[in-house]
Design a protein. Structure first.
Length: 533
């Protein structure tokens, strides 16, 4: 295994999109940021130097960080931020992981422009469990605001209302032509008759996306850096935080084909309706044939999304088994959704909030991981409720349950405990999709359904053989999903909605996993350059 060194200078960079220019926060002046490339079991050291006026931290989304929670990155959860002018070396090992993951800033809304791909190749001489592609390409999907992104969320927090939606989606940093601003958009050159692998990442802040390519089928082979049983499909759906690898075989002929990323949102809320487009450009085509147009699914095309999601299965081969926990130590039910709390200074005298089991998470002043490791009391409590307060009909509007309680409450697990967690959407304001991301672990999605979870009937239908393994799962609008994981990683692990606006509103909590008794079962001490609050 190798040790790989990277340096991330976080700097402002004037950038023009949608025919207007603004300074954005970037890694090394690039948007999206540079790609980290490594192999399974390598160690990565990234020196992050903060040259901007904001506090900073970077998260390596999907990297398990076994015993190295200090390098996980969410500000005030596992570290104090890197202050302006300061630096910190994230030092971690890619234990038993290969595939596509990504990194992003994990403080304020900086991840809008501070993000990039992580490519983890299999160990030397270990092939992919599918034919070797001719070439691999990174496809990062994002969102672009013409105005300053921090100003967008600050205004929303002041007013208590929802923030402005983005002005366009992007593919590898470019929206493509939009009304009023012609631009070429991202161009992907291909050769006829070859197989390509696209490593697709949804780095958008607030929107789940459909992705498709005109005239080409996609063969899905991996999600969230875990192999799946390959299947063919026209359109994939990808939530913020998720990654999907697809194989695309080019035709014998030539031409240009449109690539499109458009919103999936089956709730009646405001979204960015601008479809980002890019071009698959065949080399050697003699005519400059026009781009073949494709229709994108309407934003509320739930059936297109469900068709993709219900096709996902773990590869579950001898080499890559699906180790689904069968005996469960903690059976939890968490409601996820929005609410309304009083706010005398806000526009309507109230503000939109979000919660898990009616707890709106309050960020601490020092990191939870430090408080845990050094036994600092008064920072958090370990009494996060394993079930929602009173039984109620989750998916119907419950006026009496609008208000949430605030707290910095964690759920405590012993080392190696197994957890079944049902995530149940609520309809307190409106049912909505919530892509829930768990740090420090992969989990298996053993079941999903619409309406209220039925604890007697639904578990009978769980897939305990080859359920998909992920780190970010979309809780369906007005429905539930059930996940299982084993707490084999000591530390403090954030779980939150990966729609940034919902995280900001409090749809977040953390698990604290105690050390085990074995020699390799305890959290390592913090590095010497660990940032101070
Ligand atoms: Cu990709 Cu806590 O986030």
């Amino acid at each position: 295994c190798m040790v790989r060194h990277y340096k991330f200078n976080v700097v402002l960079k004037n950038t023009t999109r949608l025919c207007s220019t603004k300074p954005i926060v970037t890694v090394n002046g690039r948007y999206p940021g540079p790609t980290l490339v490594a192999r399974e079991d390598d160690t990565i050291l990234v020196k992050v130097v903060n040259h901007v006026k904001y506090n900073l931290s970077i998260h390596w989304h999907g990297i398990r960080q076994i015993r190295t929670g200090w390098a996980d990155g969410p500000a005030y959860i596992t570290q104090c931020p890197i202050q302006p002018g300061q630096n910190y070396v994230y030092n971690f090992t890619l234990t038993g992981q290969r595939g596509t993951l990504w990194y992003h800033a994990h403080i304020l809304w900086l991840r809008a422009t501070v993000h990039g791909a992580i490519v983890i190749l299999p160990k030397r001489d270990v092939p992919y469990p599918f034919p070797k592609p001719h070439k691999e390409e990174i496809v990062v999907l994002g969102e672009w605001w013409k105005s300053d992104v921090e100003a967008v969320i600050n205004e929303a927090l002041k007013s208590g209302l929802a923030p402005n939606v983005s002005d366009a989606h992007t593919i590898n940093g470019h929206p493509g032509p939009v009304p009023g601003c012609p631009s070429k958009g991202y161009m992907l050159p291909v050769t006829p008759g070859k197989m390509y692998m696209l490593r697709i990442i949804n780095a958008a802040l607030n929107e789940e996306l459909f992705f498709k390519i005109a005239g080409h089928q996609l063969t899905v082979v991996e999600v969230d850096a875990t192999y799946v049983k390959p299947f063919k499909i026209d359109t994939i759906v990808i939530a913020p935080g998720q990654t999907t690898n697809v194989l695309v075989t080019t035709h014998r002929g030539g031409g240009k084909y449109m690539v499109a990323a458009s919103t999936f949102m089956d709730a009646p809320i405001a979204v960015d309706n601008v479809t980002a487009t890019a071009t698959l450009h065949y080399s050697g085509s003699l005519t400059s044939a026009a781009t073949t147009l494709t229709s994108t699914p309407p934003k509320n095309a739930t059936s297109v999304a469900t068709n993709f999601i219900s096709s996902l299965r773990s590869l579950n081969s001898e080499q890559y088994p699906a180790n689904v926990p069968l005996k469960i130590d903690h059976s939890l039910l968490f409601t996820v959704g929005l609410g309304v709390n009083p706010c005398p200074t806000c526009v309507n005298g109230s503000r939109v909030v979000a919660s898990i089991n009616n707890v709106t998470f309050v960020m601490p002043k020092i990191s939870l991981l430090q408080a845990h490791f050094f036994n600092i009391s008064g920072v958090f409590t370990s009494d996060f409720p394993g079930n929602p307060p009173a039984p109620f009909n989750y998916t119907s509007t419950q006026v009496t349950n609008f208000a949430t309680k605030q707290g910095t409450r964690l759920y405590r697990l012993a080392y190696n405990d197994t957890v079944q967690l049902v995530l149940q959407d609520t309809g307190m304001i409106t049912p909505e999709n919530h892509p829930l991301h768990l740090h420090g672990f992969n989990f298996f999605e053993v079941g999903r359904g619409l309406g209220n979870f039925n604890p007697k009937e639904d578990p009978k239908k769980f897939n305990l053989v080859d359920p998909v393994e992920r780190n970010t799962i979309g809780v369906p609008s007005g429905g539930w999903t059930a996940i299982r994981f084993r707490a084999d990683n000591p530390g403090v692990w954030f779980m939150h909605c990966h729609l940034e606006v919902h995280t900001t509103w409090g749809l977040k909590m953390a698990f604290v996993v105690d050390n085990g008794k074995g020699p390799n079962e305890s959290l390592l001490p913090p590095p010497s350059d660990f940032p101070k609050c």
